[in-house]
Write a protein that binds this ligand. Sequence first.
Ligand code: ATP
Ligand code: MG
Length: 139
Amino acid sequence: MTGNRTFTMIKPDAVENGHIGAILEKITAAGFKIVAMKYTQLSRRDAETFYAIHKERPFFGELVEFMTRGPIVAAILEKDNAVEDFRALIGATNPEQAAEGTIRKLYATSVAENAVHGADSDENAAIEGAFHFSGREIF
Ligand code: ATP
Ligand code: MG
């Protein structure tokens, strides 16, 4: 059974480049309902915790620097088959490999600065959502 919620962040590059509105428009036009949302900034510890799975990777330091350098938009999204459908909407990690019309194809500038995050499983969507939102912030 697949869940109906996923977790996303609009990353610092897309915020800096003025793409918050366009990205939220793509998300809602694709049928996702926003059930929680906030404008916030990750601390170094937040980013290290959030991306702990990548801590042995050569790009981990760069990833933490990037994700903490400015504000982000964090959101929980609702739709049938949310995790898989949202990963399809954002496109491949590397924008050069992302399909036409995907958010990363449109707004990412590199594999490192790729505009948006999408949870990769129902389990991680729940963990990541709980990391950012209390129960009374989810509607
Ligand atoms: P995300 O988890 O942010 O949705 P993803 O699941 O598509 O992205 P991951 O493999 O989880 O990709 O990588 C997490 C993030 O680490 C990427 O989104 C990107 O910002 C960064 N990253 C991944 N690969 C590289 C790389 N080769 N060089 C630099 N940064 C990278
Ligand atoms: Mg990932």
